[in-house]
Design a protein around this ligand. Structure first.
Ligand SMILES: *Cc1c(COP(=O)(O)O)cnc(C)c1O
Length: 354
């Protein structure tokens, strides 16, 4: 830290992304990327003419991509904002809808970035404790008088609320914005996108990073009333109107228009998740029922940290947190069938001594 950093940030704890090893020798099940490549249509869209056009700025209104997204969700382009990953849009939600008068609220165990944004903006944040079974109780989110952030499915548990449960949260917070972060929704949860036309206090964020195999392209989007979206666009045009680069705009649009490939990939991930879950259950693990592209699992008598390190030693990277309630749990991304075979073989090797 230099002596010039503003005092507001001297205690800021940044988000710690999962490890991205450069030597690629690991079976990488730690950051919820897709094991499948982007749609062939994405690869075709990034041709050399488009690369040559990188001398030009991208379309700051991102109208083609917004139109493609709007088409899929039955909305108008004015109800869609795009950003450099959904993290960008979540940031804009904190910027636009929280402040000195309006704090934020989110579950105590959830996506770690909410707490970081809260600190970055010096907000009064209220954490909603998960229930004993790790679920978010909708009633605990009623009438909070704050901007509410709910990941659905939640991370790292993979547990989802139904659309009707979230409708209850939105109904009971008509004076506040409710942001539903649907980064994993395509793997089996109900989206709140169909509620966008009904509620002027709802924002839904989604990403191309997980179910559309574009984590490296950084494209995400928000859906909401045209007024809420205008607020997000105000944040975007007051920071970086060109946040989504030309190639990523094209990649996102091609991915959104290739529904067939999307369905194939998500079905493969869901099938592999269920197979992984039964293999883990057969080995004495407790595994939460997941609606995401990962499973959250623990095993009695095998401390999480030991298991994490033993897997790492055997070339399998998973994710784990030190916070007390989940210290024994591992979040395991669903990879290809071969990746998951490698995980199971590593576990068998570890447990044969146990
Ligand atoms: C991965 C993730 C995001 C952000 O993804 P981007 O790559 O920035 O689009 C947002 N929320 C949750 C819960 C996530 O897991």
């Amino acid at each position: 830290m230099s002596r010039f950093l503003d005092g507001r940030f001297s205690h800021l704890e940044a988000y710690a992304p999962g490890e991205q090893p450069r030597d690629k020798k690991y079976v990488k099940l730690n950051t919820n990327e897709s094991p499948y490549p982007p749609s062939p249509k994405v690869i075709a869209a990034i041709n050399s003419a488009e690369v040559a056009d990188l001398r030009l700025y991208p379309d700051p209104t991102a109208v083609s991509l917004r139109t493609a997204i709007a088409g899929r969700y039955g909305l108008t382009p004015e109800q869609v904002s795009v950003g450099s990953g959904s993290d960008d849009l979540l940031n804009f939600c904190f910027m636009a809808f929280c402040g000195s008068g309006t704090g934020a609220a989110f579950p105590d165990i959830s996506y770690g970035f909410y707490k970081v944004y809260g600190e970055l903006y010096g907000l009064d944040c209220r954490e909603i404790p998960l229930r004993e079974d790790f679920t978010v109780a909708p009633e605990d989110c009623y009438g909070l008088g704050r901007t509410i952030f709910i990941a659905n499915p939640n991370a790292p548990t993979g547990l989802a609320l139904t659309r009707e449960q979230l409708r209850g949260v939105i109904e009971h917070n008509r004076g506040s914005v409710v942001v539903v972060d649907e980064a994993y929704v395509d793997f089996g949860a109900e989206s709140c996108a169909p509620l966008v036309d009904e509620y002027d206090n709802l924002i839904v964020t989604q990403t191309f990073s997980k179910s559309r195999s574009l984590a490296g392209a950084r494209v995400g989007f928000a859906l909401g009333s045209k007024e809420l979206i205008a607020d997000l666009e105000l944040m975007k045009f007051s920071t970086n109107p060109y946040s989504v680069n030309r190639l990523s705009l094209l990649a996102g649009e091609a991915a959104m228009r290739d529904g067939g490939y999307f369905e194939k990939c998500r079905a493969a991930v869901i099938a592999e998740r269920e197979r992984t879950r039964s293999e883990l259950l057969a080995r004495g693990f407790e595994v939460l029922p997941s609606s995401a592209n990962f499973v959250f699992a623990r095993r009695d008598g095998t401390p999480g940290r030991e298991l994490f390190l033993a897997l790492r030693e055997r070339g399998v990277l998973v994710r784990r947190w030190d916070s007390p309630r989940i210290a024994d749990w591992l979040r395991i991304t669903i990879g290809s069938p071969e990746d998951m075979d490698a995980l199971i073989a590593a576990l068998d090797d570890i447990l044969k001594g146990a």
